[in-house]
Design a protein around this ligand. Structure first.
Ligand SMILES: [Zn+2]
Length: 294
């Protein structure tokens, strides 16, 4: 089974009205845990790499491991670069073996976002690598640090004008040739301070316009009912990171607090935290409806 293209994976999801879980993985234990759950669930899965984890030679080391894991997996696996803004770095990641990449030009004016995304699409497609872009800005509604290093905020307030605009969507997809598109409809990255409000009217309109699968970022902490409804309205890829970390480190903290000494073999220290992380992954796979879709 193994490594497949994001385009192929998400087009099937779109056709059959489910979404695929996309999980950021920063180390080998996380990657193996996610794939183990996907195999148990007989679900396709997307492993995502974060730019900070891929600096220097780590890019090659990481890609080598992830590709091996994907090749051995009994379910379809995508290896996806999450949130990258530097075109030269994205090209390096394409060359190194990612099966898909995200160019995040959501902070740029529309024209520049289109130009930058098109540059990435033109390059990546030469190597059959799929491209995700972002239109509108998902941003951070969090307390704490974010995956893109945005400053701390203590209130969550998603202004209407940061949502994806229907009048820009078709133009953006046509002009860039992108394979899937992350839309801003009310979720945010990180840990929510307040419950998110999903603008379903907007999502429905975008779904009518979009000719490519849509992606939801900020899946962590978004109530299950809202995610289900989002999937029914065209979301085909759901990004998850913070909830995995919270489960992992929350369990780790309890374990370490209860330990008599801290000279603990990492294998043992990770055991229960990884079980907690896997529970999150399993629940999200069931939630987005990709169980038994491999
Ligand atoms: Zn994101």
């Amino acid at each position: 089974m193994s490594l497949v293209s994001l385009k192929e994976m998400l087009n099937d999801a779109r056709k059959n009205k489910y979404a695929v879980g996309a999980f950021d993985v920063s180390n080998l234990e996380m990657a193996l845990a996610v794939v183990e759950v996907a195999e148990k669930k007989k679900s396709p899965v997307i492993l995502m790499g974060l730019c900070l984890d891929l600096q220097g030679d780590r890019l090659d080391y990481w890609l080598y491991s992830l590709r091996k894991i994907a090749q051995k997996a009994s379910v379809p696996v995508c290896i996806h670069l999450d949130h990258a803004t530097d075109v030269e770095f994205i090209k390096k990641c394409v060359n190194a073996g990612f099966s898909s990449v995200m160019i995040d030009g959501s902070m740029l004016p529309l024209k520049e976002n289109i130009e930058k995304t098109k540059t990435v699409v033109d390059y990546a497609h030469k190597f059959d690598v799929s491209v995700e872009a972002e239109l509108g800005h998902v941003g951070d509604g969090i307390v704490g640090s974010s995956e893109i290093g945005a400053p701390k905020k203590d209130t969550f307030d998603k202004p209407e004008d940061s949502l994806t605009r229907p009048d820009e969507l078709k133009q953006f997809i046509d002009a860039t040739g992108v394979d899937c598109i992350a839309v801003a409809v009310g979720t945010a990255h990180g840990i929510y301070v307040y419950k998110p409000k999903i603008h379903f009217d907007r999502l429905k309109t975008l779904n009518e316009i979009s000719v490519v699968p849509m992606v939801m970022h900020g899946g962590s902490g978004t109530p299950d009912a809202l995610i289900k409804e989002s999937v029914q309205n065209g979301i085909c890829k759901l990004n998850i990171f913070s909830e995995m970390l919270t489960a992992f480190y929350g369990t780790m903290k309890d374990e370490l607090n209860a330990a008599e000494h801290l000279a603990i073999w990492p294998h043992n220290a990770n055991e229960k935290p990884l079980i907690a992380l896997k529970k999150v992954v399993a629940a999200k796979i069931d939630l987005v409806g990709s169980t038994n879709k491999a």
